[in-house]
Design a protein. Structure first.
Length: 399
């Protein structure tokens, strides 16, 4: 045990001052893609960005082309899951050469994140990779962008964050800037019907952990934020297994799509302490071992909660009682039962919660710690107490 991990739970802290700003217009519902015609300026020179073959195959790209009929458009495909700097810089070049002035992302979090980076990089003076190393602090402007979402998971459609991978150095870093909020996002739940089970399960777990990173810290007098977070968690637990097994159930897909957006559009986290250490460690796991983003979170979160049980005790008990209805036994028993339920929920979606499921043994931990150190991730979490030593214990517990 290190001194840091024995930090006692904070009893309660007052809600912090905050500013809330979110300018993204949401256009939600079946058959809403034609509304692009109202949102994209008539004279715009548009670049449509997408990933692999899915958007063409499921009819989304054809519907987008039809909605933009009459406008000047170019297309840029091939943005990878975990979008790479190398690929995105080719889009930047195309935009400069063709003097394009509006970006439309059609896809999941990777395409949207990639489009945000492109928007910030086009007129950026200096090395565009520094957008990532400064986490967006040096972004002073960006091209306007809109999105058509095909995968509910990241919340990228209504936030100002982006996560980019540099292939050459195997680094995965995040940036945020108010300049890259989408102007609008079209959310048509029927566009998710073609998602493979694995991606929809990933989306459930990713959005679940987004809520946990903003909720499971220490009590901070945010009554609405807490109840809002608990409502979203309960909704995900209720619909998670069904949304995976009933691909064409509109009600389920519509609810899931909106929950995933609400999980990370800023509203539940205002004025509250936030953690994000599970995400930081998870990004290193993806960069090094190519594990899907959501799967890295399922590996890290349960161990993080166990290792930081003392600092998180108050909220863990609240989570056990309000989300899992656990009221009996000692405090420690209630907390452990809530963590076990969380793991079982992830496993029920066929998302493994152990490193061994990816054939990563104890030798795999040191390289991850070296990456965390190289990226300055040495004091993570709501109380900056997730040192490299704490991260090591979390990863060891996840073996
Ligand atoms: O490439 P295509 O052929 O389009 O296939 C994609 C991709 O392979 C497929 N897909 C998407 N929509 C589909 C579909 N297949 C069939 N039907 C559809 N309707 O799904 C695969 C995965 O897509 P991806 O966009 O990579 O998934 P996701 O939305 O989970 O995004 C993950 C990325 O977002 C980052 C992650 O780190 C990762 O790089 N995150 C972004 C955040 C943000 N901007 O706020 C926060 C998150 O915590 C996360 O870090
Ligand atoms: Zn995430």
């Amino acid at each position: 045990m290190t001194a840091q991990s024995e930090t006692p739970a904070l009893k309660a802290a007052p809600m912090q001052n905050f500013e809330f700003y979110n300018p993204t217009r949401i256009i939600f519902g079946e058959n809403t893609i034609p509304k692009l015609a109202e949102q994209v300026p008539a004279t715009a020179r548009v670049l449509i960005l997408f990933g692999g073959a899915s958007a063409e195959r499921n009819g989304t790209l054809p519907a987008v082309r039809e909605a933009l009929d009459g406008r000047f458009t170019r297309e840029f495909g091939g943005i990878e899951a975990n979008p790479t700097f190398e690929t995105l810089m080719k889009a930047v070049e195309l935009i400069r050469n063709e003097k394009l002035d509006f970006l439309l992302a059609v896809g999941g979090g990777s395409v949207i994140d990639g489009t945000k980076f492109v928007a910030a990089a086009v007129d950026f003076e200096g090395d565009p990779w520094s957008i990532l190393t400064t986490h967006g602090a040096n972004v002073k402007a960006a091209m306007p962008l809109g999105t058509v979402l095909t995968l509910p998971a990241t919340g990228s459609e209504m936030n100002s964050f982006s996560v980019i991978t540099r292939q050459a150095t195997r680094e995965k870093l995040a940036f945020g800037s108010p300049h890259v909020f989408p102007r609008f996002s079209v959310l048509d739940p029927t566009r998710t019907y073609s998602l493979p089970v694995r991606q929809i399960a990933n989306g459930v777990v990713d959005s679940f952990v987004h809520i946990m990173e903003q909720y499971l810290t220490y009590p901070a007098d945010g009554l609405a934020q807490d109840r809002f977070a608990e409502g979203l968690l309960l909704s995900l637990i209720e619909i998670g297994p069904k949304v995976v097994s009933e691909p064409e159930n509109y009600t389920l897909r519509a609810n899931f799509m909106w929950i995933a957006t609400l999980a990370l559009n800023g509203i539940i986290g205002v004025g509250m302490p936030q953690d994000w250490s599970t995400h930081s460690i998870g990004h290193e796991l993806t960069a090094r071992y190519d594990i899907d983003h959501a799967r890295t979170l399922a590996i890290v979160l349960p161990s993080m909660l166990r290792v930081r049980k003392e600092a998180k005790r108050g909220k863990l008990l609240q989570y056990a009682a309000r989300v899992w209805n656990l009221h009996n036994g000692t405090e420690d028993e209630q907390i452990e039962a809530a963590i076990v339920r969380t793991e079982k929920f992830f496993e029920s979606l066929e998302i493994p919660t152990r490193l061994s499921a990816y054939e990563i043994g104890k030798d795999g931990i040191d390289p991850l710690l070296a990456q965390l150190e190289a990226h300055g991730m040495t004091a993570l979490g709501e109380q900056s107490e997730v040192t490299l030593d704490v991260s090591r214990r979390v990863l060891q517990l996840s073996l």
